[in-house]
Design a protein around this ligand. Structure first.
Ligand code: 6R9
Length: 654
């Protein structure tokens, strides 16, 4: 073993080939791989023509003359909102439902493409009247209501860019994001519904704008929570008043392919949040192409549901832009999965006949914890494709997802990508790929991925290394807002000596003998145990493969004997919580890990906990657990979905 690679120890041999019927009806064909291999650039040019309406056709595909700054389709012009709206109406699909919206309290609203187009036109006129135009940034701080999507589309219809901030983030986070991008307008709501209560949003906007100078001239407020709000005359305006007063007609104008579409802030582990910049033509091409092929979308008949909030990149690409560009019918749900009961999501799937369902491993594991008897009460037979995103999915959670939600025969696509990549990069295609639980599998056609050692040489199976994207791709980030140096340094400086710049994503991965990619987690989380570099993912998967475990997180904690030692935090399944003592459970699980992957990976300690610290998009924040494991004061918890979790964990372990 050298420190050049990450050890890979977990073996997973289950395989699931697509059924003949599924393959025969599949949207994607092998030709996609063949043509992308023949000429990658021409492939993307084709896809851009096929998936996107151009106001002015492009003649150049990729300009990579000043890496890492790429331009795709640069002399073309498009209007992203027109692509998501007007063109479907003009093609005769105005009566198709675009959004089945379900509010947490049970109110619901279905909106056709014609209606959505009409609303976005009015919203665009209302925003234009407030001075919004090309070059401006609109901050959107909303619950998951249709107006969040409408505000995004109205913004980009005008050639302006949005910056969506999670409705759960604090006034302070909102302020820093508003300031960093010099947002001109904020769109918010009085409040939204979450866990059976209204949470205020407007109040946080007021606080964010309270001190000193701000670039914001107006705040548009959607009425949703009916909670009391303070009002700053001259600045604050009710959304419904403005929409009502706005002109109904709005002609979409073309903007350059490289016109900024949005900024989305990622927190990262250190330093101030990075404003990831995406532009229009390349982003929309890859969003629409992947949405169609990875999910095998049939827009006439499918009902698609991605459970992500629009505050996450997944909500940008696979709630707003991909599905709407493809003319899909989708579900949008405002609340949490367990309000008012633990079957809420399954009830929604049954109600709307959802056929494509895309969610995160964290959600799947929390359903595993509660038990299969809950989803089994619902009719989920409409489902024909399942997707996963956000973290590696443990093989056992994958199997549970397929068996319990997918009736034992539904393909699962495990999609690897990032805020920075803009769209899916690695995934199975459900009609073509023989699935392996726990592997994200293959680069999508037109994407070039390599797994390298620290020295930049390719790592051979079965060892792991660093996952890099070796060629520019259409939906790639174009920079960090206002900070080109940080962009180069953060993503492109890992392998300065290679002849072409390579994008380093921060994740570890290994490739198996078939060429399938297995993600190993963030390389910052890799542990060094007696000189062996072990990934968190495999040990977590080994823990989850025991029938008593619902969820697990492991960290490396300083250890005198071995440098670092594995420390695990484990949530038991609900029906196991009282079946044994914590000491018995941890003894059993230490043995289990040793048996599954070897003694080297056996945790020094296992803590049985009831919660794990997670971000708003459901990622486990291991550095906070490492603070606990090493007995340090707990670091910055501001990006946690639930800031009380660390208190609960440390109290329990005292
Ligand atoms: C889309 C999204 C990106 C990071 C990424 C990786 C992890 C996402 C994954 C996955 C393994 C998958 N990640 N999908 N790891 N398998 N299918 O999640 O974007 O919030 O920017 O996070 O998430 O570590 O680097 P973002």
């Amino acid at each position: 073993m050298t420190s050049n690679s990450i050890d890979s120890l977990l073996h997973e041999s289950r395989r699931f080939a697509p059924s003949d019927a599924f393959s025969a009806a599949s949207e994607a064909s092998r030709d996609l791989y063949t043509s992308a291999k023949e000429d990658r650039i021409e492939f993307w040019a084709d896809k851009a023509r096929e998936y996107v309406h151009w106001h002015k056709p492009f003649t150049e595909t990729l300009d990579w003359s000043t890496p890492p700054f790429a331009k795709w389709f640069a002399d073309g012009e498009l209007n992203v909102a027109y692509n998501c709206l007007d063109r479907h109406v003009l093609a005769g699909n105005g009566d198709r439902t675009a959004i089945h919206w379900e509010g947490e309290p049970g109110d619901s609203r279905s909106i056709t493409y014609a209606e959505l187009t009409a609303e976005v036109k009015r919203a665009a006129n209302a925003m234009a009247a407030l001075g919004v135009g090309q070059g401006d940034v609109v901050a959107i701080y909303m619950p998951l209501v249709p107006e969040a999507v409408i505000a995004m589309l109205a913004t980009v219809r005008l050639g302006a860019a949005h910056s969506v901030v999670f409705g759960g983030f604090s006034a302070e986070s909102l302020r820093s994001r508003i300031d960093d991008a010099s947002a001109k307008l904020v769109v918010t709501a009085d409040g939204g519904w979450r866990k059976g209560k209204v949470f205020p949003l407007k109040a946080a906007v007021d606080a964010a704008l309270a001190n000193g100078e701000s670039s914001v001239t107006n705040v548009l407020v959607v009425k949703r929570g009916d909670n009391d709000v303070e009002w700053t005359e001259g600045r604050d305006l009710w959304w419904h008043d403005q929409i009502e007063a706005a002109e109904p007609e709005h002609e979409a104008q073309g903007f350059p392919a490289e016109n900024p579409l949005f900024v989305l802030y990622t927190s990262g582990t250190t330093g101030k949040p990075k404003g990831i910049l995406h532009t229009s033509g390349g982003y929309l091409t890859q969003a629409a192409f992947t949405h169609k092929n990875v999910f095998d979308l049939k827009p006439e008949t499918d009902v698609y549901w991605c459970t992500a909030d629009v505050g996450w990149i997944t909500g940008h690409t696979y709630v707003t832009y991909g599905p709407l560009a493809n003319g899909a019918t989708q579900v949008l749900y405002e609340g949490t999965p367990d309000t008012p009961n633990q079957g809420r999501w399954w009830e929604i799937i049954q109600k709307f006949g959802v056929s494509i369902f895309y969610t995160a491993p964290t959600a799947i594991r929390s359903f595993m914890k509660a038990g299969r008897q809950i989803p089994e009460q619902y009719d989920l037979s409409s489902i024909r494709v399942l997707g996963s995103v956000g973290e590696p999915i443990n093989p056992e959670a994958w199997i549970w997802y397929r068996d319990v939600i997918g009736a034992g025969n539904t393909p699962i696509v495990d999609t690897w990508w990032q805020t920075e990549t803009g769209a899916i990069m690695v995934s199975a295609l459900p009609g073509l790929t023989t699935l392996k639980p726990g592997s994200a599998q293959v680069p999508i056609p037109g994407i070039k991925i390599d797994i390298l050692g620290e020295d930049g040489t390719r790592v051979d199976p079965p060892n792991g290394g660093l996952l890099v994207v070796s060629e520019p791709w259409p939906a790639m980030l174009r920079g960090i807002w206002g900070d080109p140096e940080r962009f180069k340094e953060t993503y492109w400086s890992k392998f300065p000596n290679l002849d072409a710049p390579k994008y380093f994503a921060g994740d570890g991965a290994h490739v198996d003998e078939d060429g399938d990619i297995w993600l190993l987690g963030r390389v910052d989380d890799v542990m060094n145990i007696s000189g062996h570099r072990l990934s968190t993912t495999e040990i977590e998967s080994a823990l989850v493969s025991n029938h008593i475990v619902a969820e697990a997180a492991v960290v490396g904690a300083a250890d005198e004997a071995t440098g670092q030692a594995v420390v695990a935090f484990v949530i038991l399944k609900s029906n196991q919580e009282h079946a044994q003592t914590a000491a018995e459970a941890s003894a059993l699980l230490r043995l289990h890990v040793a048996k599954e992957i070897g003694a080297i990976a056996r945790p020094r300690e296992i803590f049985i906990v009831s919660e794990l610290p997670k971000t708003r998009s459901g990622k486990i924040m291991r550095r906070l657990l490492q603070d606990v494991a090493e007995g340090r004061e707990i670091g910055d918890t501001t990006t946690l979905a639930d800031t009380t979790v660390m208190q609960i964990i440390s109290d329990k372990l005292k």
